[in-house]
Write a new protein. Structure first.
Length: 158
């Protein structure tokens, strides 16, 4: 079964509506866009738990998520996404650091591409990856969201 639910939050004066998607008992997507006509909107126990854990994260009372996640990607992407989940709350790593974590230190750009293809952002914290220079780095078209997510974790980047 596939189901989705909307999640609304205000961060740093911006309003966001995310879509959280569940398929067969796993969280499979967190989109930075509101649900579409194609999404089957339902309040399943897992989606409600995901909303609760996001509420706690945004309130600053949750540092780790305990949800069943299912990701689909290449073996390389799966390695990167696994490494992202090992970056502790309140810390960042550079793209090069993540490449080294997976044993491929020259794969900085490929790590960036894998980050961009992470369909379960926040739960798989690609926002914790920044440029080696300490600047924000990529986050699609929503750098203010990346900045706000890092600020929740006590990290402030101009």
């Amino acid at each position: 079964m596939k189901a989705a639910i909307a999640y609304e939050v205000n961060l740093a004066t911006y309003d966001y509506t995310f879509t959280i998607e569940e398929t067969d008992g796993f969280i499979t997507r967190l989109s930075f866009d509101p649900p579409t006509m194609e999404d089957h909107i339902a309040e399943t126990p897992l989606l409600l738990e995901a909303k609760k854990q996001l509420d706690e994260y945004f309130a600053g009372t949750r540092q780790d998520f305990s949800l069943p996640l299912k990701m689909h990607g290449t073996p390389f992407q799966m390695q990167v996404w696994d490494a992202l989940q090992r970056i502790p709350y309140g810390q960042t790593r550079s793209y090069g650091d993540v490449a080294a974590m997976i044993g491929n230190p020259k794969a900085c750009r490929a790590v960036g591409t894998a980050n961009r293809n992470n369909h379960i952002a926040i739960f798989v914290p690609c926002h914790r990856v920044i440029n080696m220079s300490g600047s924000l780095g990529g986050f699609g078209t929503r750098p203010q969201l990346k900045r706000a997510l890092l600020a929740i974790e006590g990290i402030f980047i101009d």
